[in-house]
Design a protein around this ligand. Structure first.
Ligand code: PGA
Length: 255
């Protein structure tokens, strides 16, 4: 299976800064078989960056979308409007769930809208610190998966990517901790088991990424966890050399 290294730039960089970053990144990286590199800039940068991109080297990712197909939804961007610009769309990131109050229903509809529009949703799931403390991690992961994928048919499963991102490990969260690979491994197992029991063998082909304080120094350990097919990188993706180091490690580890 492919390895995915996805940089989530969140609400950082102007259009100009995004363009300079991409220019430098394109110069640095060489395509590598089985490695998919992608970046998620701000919505406003998607169009200019799409013109500058070498899609054989890097794909574009939207950070969010609206599940509705066109209409009177001020301030929103339909997945249909992202067609041709992006190959992937992050859905249900914890900042969308907990800062902007997205519900399970919103997330389920966004996943379905992405699939309808031939854009691969990267469905983020993960427990909060308190859910973890109260021993609810397995239930939370199962519920978020079941709900996020409720409208996805077995045939469309191959069009989905899952990202496990424990909220307590996301670098911008107050008091964030770096997850040890054993913790990640347990949760990846839970996710894989749930997918298999729900969808059967087909679920083995669903890529599962890890995200949360990924850095050049810990990325190798996460990438060697069985069942992990790549990384969703926030803060470290904003620093070109760090992102490139992560890409280089991925090449080494997965070759
Ligand atoms: P982080 O962010 O790498 O800065 O922890 C990851 C994410 O929020 O996707």
């Amino acid at each position: 299976m492919r390895t995915y290294i996805v940089g989530n730039w969140k609400m950082n960089f102007t259009i100009g800064e995004s363009s300079i970053y991409l220019h430098k990144l394109l110069k640095k990286i060489t395509p590598s078989r089985g490695l998919q590199i992608a970046v998620a800039p701000s919505l406003i940068a998607l169009q200019p960056l799409s013109l500058q991109l070498d899609r054989k080297k890097i794909k574009l990712v939207a950070q969010n979308c609206c599940a509705k197909d066109f209409g009177a939804y001020t301030g929103e961007t339909a997945v249909a409007q992202l067609r041709g610009l992006v190959d992937f769309c992050i859905v249900g990131h914890s900042e969308r769930r907990y800062v902007f109050g997205e519900t399970d229903k919103d997330i389920r509809e966004k996943v379905a809208a992405c699939i309808r529009n031939n854009i691969t949703p990267i469905l983020c799931i993960g427990e909060t610190e308190s859910e973890r403390t109260f021993g609810e991690t397995a239930d939370v992961l199962r519920d978020q998966l079941a709900s996020g994928l409720a409208d996805v048919s077995k045939e469309d499963l191959a069009k989905v990517i899952i990202a496990y991102e424990p909220v307590w490990a996301i670098s911008s969260v107050k008091g964030a901790r770096v997850a040890v690979p054993d913790d990640v491994s347990c949760c990846i197992d839970l996710i894989r088991k749930h997918l298999k029991s729900t969808y059967g063998k087909e679920a083995e082909d669903i890529p599962v990424l890890y995200g949360g304080s990924v850095s050049p120094s810990n990325c190798g350990a996460y990438l060697t966890i069985p069942g992990v097919n790549g990384l969703l990188v926030g803060a470290s993706s904003l620093i070109l050399d760090q992102f490139n180091d992560i890409i280089e490690t991925a090449k080494r580890v997965r070759s």
